[in-house]
Design a protein around this ligand. Sequence first.
Ligand code: 6R9
Length: 640
Amino acid sequence: MEHNGALDSLLQEERVFRPLPQLVIEANVNPQEYDAAVRNGNDDYLSYWEDAARELDWFRKWNQVLDDSNPPFYRWFPGAKCNIVYNALDRHITTANKNKLALIWEGETGDTQKFTYYELYRAVNRFANALRSLGIKKGDRVVIYMSPLPETIIAMLAVAKIGAVHCMVFAGFSAKALRERINDAQAKLVITADGFYRNGRPINLKKVIDEAVEGCDSVDTVVVVHRANVQVEMNEPRDLWYEALVRQESPECPTEVMDANDMLFLLYSSGTTGKPKGIVHGHGGYMVGVHRSLNWVFDIKPTDIFCCTADVGWITGHSYVVYGPLMAGTTTVLYEGHPLYPQADRMWDVIAKYGVTIFYTAPTLIRMLMRFGTQYPKMHDLSTLRLLGSVGEPINPEAWVWFYKNIGRSECPIIDTWWQTETGSFIICPFPISLLKPGSVFKPLPGIEADVVDEQGNPVPPGKGGQLILKRPWPSMLLGLYKDPERYKEAYWSQVPGAYLAGDVARKDEDGYIWIQGRSDDVLNIAGHRIGTAELESALVAHRAVAEAAVIGVPDSIKGEVAKAFVILNEDYNDPEDPDELLKQLKDHIRRELGPVAVVKSIEIREKLPKTRSGKIMRRILKAEEMGEDVGDTSTLEND
Ligand code: 6R9
């Protein structure tokens, strides 16, 4: 089991932070209710989740809460009919929420757009009608490769409204990674923008799409949103401008009636092999998990303004920028650009300008902003904030306490939420009323049963590291991996019989608090983004100079972790004239293959790599050497 040395310091944290009495009095879930929910969730978790499901609108009720006849393919609310978009938009139109702000968008260039629920509903309907007229039907896959724009959200909701399946691809991925996803999903239609602004510069997205779509037989149409006025080539009849397409469409559109377990979206995530996993979520269970978790954990009130800094291309954006806030009828704030542009107070400016009450972000951003000291937060009135959140990787206590003191005035609880693309919604996290220990993700939510176990699946004693598992199904769990049921069983359900293996190393302390230490598999967590070592390695060996490659994660003070690569060069490239130039080429090559998310700090040329006798590269040894640690047992290593 590999763990991140830098994070061990988390275990020494002993401070406890209490919520303000006022917050406890006003909380949606007070301490007695919380205890009762934990009890109900344990005694009868099916009726606990059934209660949660009743808070949403369904076209037809379920026959059963959970069908567990074919594990691990658990199916929640079978027989029920619903559509998540009905809950996110349609149902608000007949209530006082109709004229409430659903979305505040701010471009990097300072322009803003605001949509009431009614306006967003109409915009979604127009695009949904356009998609239908382009021949998109229930079950068809639509890839969305876009920066954070209002149209990105409109596109997701329009696709889901007509029962098609959205597959978001983060705009930081390369053309090659995008093509791989389009092909795997067999997408018929791709939605993109001409470009977007990042760090003051327009970035051309359409160019990437053109390269990616070339040779993708499944794609008939590319819809392009105007954003950055960059020069684009429209390839007729394939490419269509969004604006021209929606102009003639009606702002009314019937919402497709879906089975609870029909596919809502497909989202690719890195796994231990080179091929990304297509994680599949459905309408019914997903909406129940997301809705309950947001309302309870972030204590949503009618007056809240909710800002989550995650990109819509990641699961956090899906659940807590788009679906969760809209189902809750709250206002979601979406910022387009770089958090340091034009200077390091941009996020604080956004909070002050819109009166953000809940700010949900990632440790990597907190650490980045911390570097600039307190002068920037002090320039703005942050007094509207009442709750803060963190997600994506373990938060080091130093960043936690800085965030708490300087952004939260030592008054706003920090809700550190552990969950995954696979889990769909929060799994382990505190409530605003909880006693907090910086660096710990607290305890499983009511209705969830988690544990930390050893290799044999036995619970480990407090303080000892082990694998994090979930012991019963939960509504927002993935339906499976796209077109790969065997891999789903193998990757998540084979190691500990009957339990879901999260792939994280964790510890529990004496009080039952859980401390996440990092991934246990060969997946890196770079600034909260999951990147497989196998993906990096296969990108490297695809370069003609590289014979073999091994990649490990090394701690980084801002990004949490970055990649370090070790390569053996091909004969012809041994003794390169200019090794620095070659290493630069390799780094550029990785960027081209995988995109800028895959940050490689350094590449080292080696004559040999440590291997087991069966020929598997021992990354553990490279990592220990790199960290200056004892390399441990090397008896299974290949002989010289
Ligand atoms: C939501 C999201 C999932 C992996 C997960 C774990 C890490 C997420 C965390 C955390 C410590 C937290 N992770 N939240 N580690 N504390 N609060 O990030 O999904 O992109 O699928 O990543 O991220 O390692 O297994 P995803």
